[in-house]
Design a binder for this molecule. Structure first.
Ligand SMILES: Nc1ncnc2c1ncn2[C@@H]1O[C@H](COP(=O)(O)OP(=O)(O)OP(=O)(O)O)[C@@H](O)[C@H]1O
Ligand SMILES: [Mg+2]
Length: 260
């Protein structure tokens, strides 16, 4: 059963890419077959995997525009145990290219349906905006994961994600929900972090991930070497936290998907 994990938050710099990249590495280390999709034209997940942005003949957007094309055309093997659909600068023109097509926000969902046999997980790194590509990702999601920093404005960001998802559901008849809220860059020495974390525990206990990702410089350094943290510094606190998160996801999501 393919589980599509969409890592999204309209707010920038909250740890979406770090989460997507390190989850892809951690889930594949747990012997799951993983495809990481970089939907952000910045291409941070792509370069963090040690790959170049795809400026070749075919891009994800081309495949989405051509109904008969399969995602396989743009899947690349990485040096690690997971595959990648790299970002391409033409993702910037996705709004214009896709908007003239019929059902432009359900294309990725349809294309991913053909990947069922090839992967256990598809992890999607969204850009910090809710344009056409992010809506495509959310509609394709089995599970939506929202990383956030424990800061004052994070709760507002969460409320706005909730509102957007509700609007997408109303417009499309989907039943998208937030399945995981992940505390990132957590520093227990900061009082505000502890307070916001407590608020999250009180109000979002069901969605809140037990795993907390600490602020850890190794997580920030690893992408500049084109490495997920697991390969850069396997014993680092941040690496271990993402391994724990993968374990939590496997326990929670695989059983819930199997039952339903
Ligand atoms: N747990 C962490 N500890 C230390 N630094 C981190 C951690 N998580 C992320 N960072 C750093 O914080 C910055 C923002 O993280 P990241 O790129 O993952 O966020 P993002 O939500 O994908 O950003 P954008 O919205 O621009 O796509 C990066 O420089 C990253 O290396
Ligand atoms: Mg990012």
């Amino acid at each position: 059963m393919l589980i599509t994990l969409v890592v999204a938050n309209q707010k920038g710099g909250v740890g979406k890419t770090t989460t997507a990249l390190n989850l892809a590495a951690s889930l594949s280390a747990a012997s799951r077959k993983v495809l990481l999709i970089d939907l952000d034209s910045q291409g941070n997940s792509t370069t963090g995997t040690g790959e170049e942005k795809n400026e070749g003949l075919h891009s994800l957007l081309d495949v989405m525009v051509n109904e008969s094309d399969s995602l396989e055309k743009v899947i690349e093997e990485t040096k690690y145990k997971f595959d990648l659909i790299p970002a391409n600068s033409d993702l910037i023109s996705a709004e214009i290219e896709l908007s003239s097509l019929p059902s432009p926000t359900s294309i990725l969902k349809k294309k991913l349906a053909d990947m069922q046999a090839s992967y256990d997980y598809v992890v999607i790194d969204c850009p910090p905006s809710l344009g056409m590509m992010s809506v495509n990702a959310l509609r394709a999601a089995s599970k939506v994961l929202i990383p956030l920093q424990c800061e004052y404005y994070s709760l507002e960001g969460l409320a706005s994600m909730n509102k957007t998802i509700k609007e997408i559901n109303e417009a499309t008849g989907e039943n998208i929900e937030i399945n995981g809220i992940l505390r990132t860059m957590y520093d227990s020495r900061i009082r505000l972090s502890r307070e916001v974390s407590k608020e999250l525990e009180e109000h979002f206990s069901e969605q809140l991930c037990d795993t907390v990702i600490p602020r850890n410089v190794k997580l920030a350094e690893a992408p500049s070497f084109g490495m997920p943290a697991l390969y850069y510094e396997p014993e680092a606190k941040g690496t271990l936290a993402y391994l724990a998160l993968a374990g939590e996801i496997i326990n929670k999501f695989e059983s819930s998907i199997n039952v339903s």
